[in-house]
Design a protein around this ligand. Structure first.
Ligand code: NAP
Ligand code: 3JN
Length: 346
């Protein structure tokens, strides 16, 4: 690749697309041009890039002529249809949807964990699911040092993970509740049944649709993606994914059983020096990660780190990150930055 870098954001009007634009600016990503793509519905509307309004275009195969890096976040169907067209035209696709995550020829990358997998790509690189990404960043140092036999994880996922409409639904139902009116929910859980419950003052133990084994699609993504990212199918992953009335920032209670014994102070030290991790763990000062503090930040916050009272190699922790940033936009742009930093050397 020469020094010219033309970037396209597919899904530029969406929650993740907007965060991608903001993160490109925040990171001073060295693009030559930035093309904003969405569906026909938004073509002709404008989206702010910093202080400048940019016109949105309809995403078509020809949109990718002369695009070097295409950041996709417009849903799986759009990726299935247009990512191969972008690749055909010479673009590197970084896809935020689940469309290609489990494809054997598509690397599934969390830069802090498996940056090297990037170089095996054949034009498409997949970004994992947000709940998986933050868990991988926190667990990788532990996995490397002691091995992991088992993970039991419960998620407390923010409304923004289900898009802008879910945030509106949370705010709307909260206002209704506070006004003593009946709550009318119209978005969550995202379900084939189209049966919705209020998220305000509530917790919904369903993210995405149920599979035959009783787990939801979101939970199974955490199982399958963990295996692929750590390249280890032997890890027993047991997830429960829930939606909580938070706008930004997924929290996770993560319990692991390591293969080798560990000393707690060593684990703390490993996490303190791990890339992308900020340890916030001081019970005396009531310091631990919180979603409202992690919102807007790029790192993964880890705290409440403690040994199991009964199981020798058991370890619990609380892991929080901004689901739209490290969970989606920032992880994708981090991949693009890595790609650019190495492009001239490979
Ligand atoms: P959103 O706010 O609903 O935005 C959807 C975006 O896709 C909009 O820009 C929309 O454009 C565009 N779009 C829809 N249909 C299109 C089409 N036929 N052609 C081109 N663009 C089209 O959703 P979001 O929360 O940003 O999420 C978008 C996708 O990102 C999700 O479906 C998911 O696959 C992925 N995602 C990944 C994670 C993760 O865990 N890594 C987290 C959240 C989301 P219009 O304005 O024209 O409708
Ligand atoms: O609900 C969340 O907190 C995360 C949602 C992610 C999501 C939403 C719609 C479609 C995904 C994803 O990234 O796994 C997808 C999808 O592409 O399958």
């Amino acid at each position: 690749m020469n020094s010219r870098v033309n970037v396209a954001v597919v899904g530029a009007t969406g929650a993740v697309g907007q965060a991608m634009i903001e993160t490109l600016l925040r990171r001073k990503f060295p693009y030559t041009s930035l093309k904003l793509l969405a569906s026909k519905r938004s073509a002709g509307t404008t989206v702010m890039v910093g202080h400048t309004p940019n016109v949105v275009e309809e995403a078509t195969p020809a949109s990718f002529d002369d695009v070097d890096i295409a950041l996709f976040s417009a849903g799986g169907d759009v990726s299935l249809q247009l990512a191969p067209e972008a690749v055909k035209r010479g673009a590197l696709v970084i896809d935020n949807t689940s469309a290609y995550r489990m494809h054997p020829e598509v690397p599934l990358v969390v830069p802090e964990v498996n940056a090297n997998a990037l170089w095996t790509n054949k034009g498409i690189i997949a970004n994992p699911n947000c709940s998986t990404i933050q868990m991988m960043v926190a667990l990788y140092p532990i996995y490397k040092a002691y091995g992991i036999k088992r993970i039991v994880v419960s998620t407390y996922q923010a409304a923004s993970g289900a898009g802008a409409r879910a945030i509106d639904d949370l705010l709307h139902t909260a206002k209704q509740y506070l006004a003593n009116e009946p709550m009318q929910a119209s978005t969550l859980p995202v379900s084939k049944l189209k049966k919705h419950y209020p998220l305000a003052f509530n917790v919904l133990p369903q993210i995405d649709v149920f599979e035959e084994n009783g787990y939801t699609k979101e939970e199974m993504k955490m199982v399958n993606e963990t295996h692929k990212i750590f390249a280890d199918d032997t890890i027993q992953v047991t997830p429960t994914a829930a939606r909580v009335p938070v706008i930004y920032g997924h929290s996770e209670s993560v319990y692991v059983e390591t293969k080798e014994p560990f000393v707690l102070s060593d684990v703390l030290q490993l996490l303190q020096t791990a890339p992308g991790v900020i340890v916030q763990d001081n019970p005396q000062e009531q310091l631990y990660p919180q979603a409202i503090v992690a919102a807007g930040q790029l790192e993964v916050f880890v705290g409440r780190i403690r040994k199991d009272l009964y199981v020798d190699n058991g370890l619990s922790m609380w892991v929080v990150s901004d689901n739209i940033l490290k969970g989606a936009a920032w992880n994708a742009i981090q991949i693009a930055e890595l790609w650019l930093s190495q492009a001239g050397h490979r």
